[in-house]
Design a protein. Sequence first.
Length: 196
Amino acid sequence: MKNIAVFASGNGSNFQAIIDAVQDGSLTASINLLVCDKPNAYAVERAKAAGIEYFAFTAKDFSDKQAYETEILAKLAEYKIDLVVLAGYMRLIGPTLLSAYEGRIINIHPSLLPAFPGKDAMGQALRAKVKVSGVTVHYVDAGMDSGPIIAQETVDLTENETIETLQEKIHRVEHQLYPAVIQMLVSKSREEVKNG
Ligand code: GAR
């Protein structure tokens, strides 16, 4: 059984989908920790409701990224975390976490990377008037949404697509795809995960 930590900054609907997949048995992993950089985020409420331990912090209480990531790293060790799952965590991962967990940090992004990286990916897709966008799950490296791609799924855009309708479609795909990809990764050995 692999131990995972989910990192989130907001609503945490992807975190919830992962919790649900563990509860219904389709994901054979243990969610040992939520890490959240917004103590008032709804993701924290979801952790409490599910009885999952959480570490909530405010970045400006620390001198820099290295300082809070050192604290996070200690938590990951304490909770024996094998895989870090970013689910709407709106911060770049720095060298402190990357060097310890390289090849064992994954992210979900609401576009078909390398198209529309960074913030407001769905708004970027709408403004570009693309007909197809989607969801990408990828390994995290030092760049912005730039690591090796693990899985992608497309979403069709209609003529009168809005940010709300697109978000609903994207979330529906994310909530299926992310738990399935995590299951695929946790059922591989650690060496295989490291080697991609
Ligand atoms: C998700 O759509 C995820 O793809 C996106 O944030 C949302 C979080 O929703 N992530 C990024 O944009 C990362 N660059 P949630 O809090 O409801 O899971």
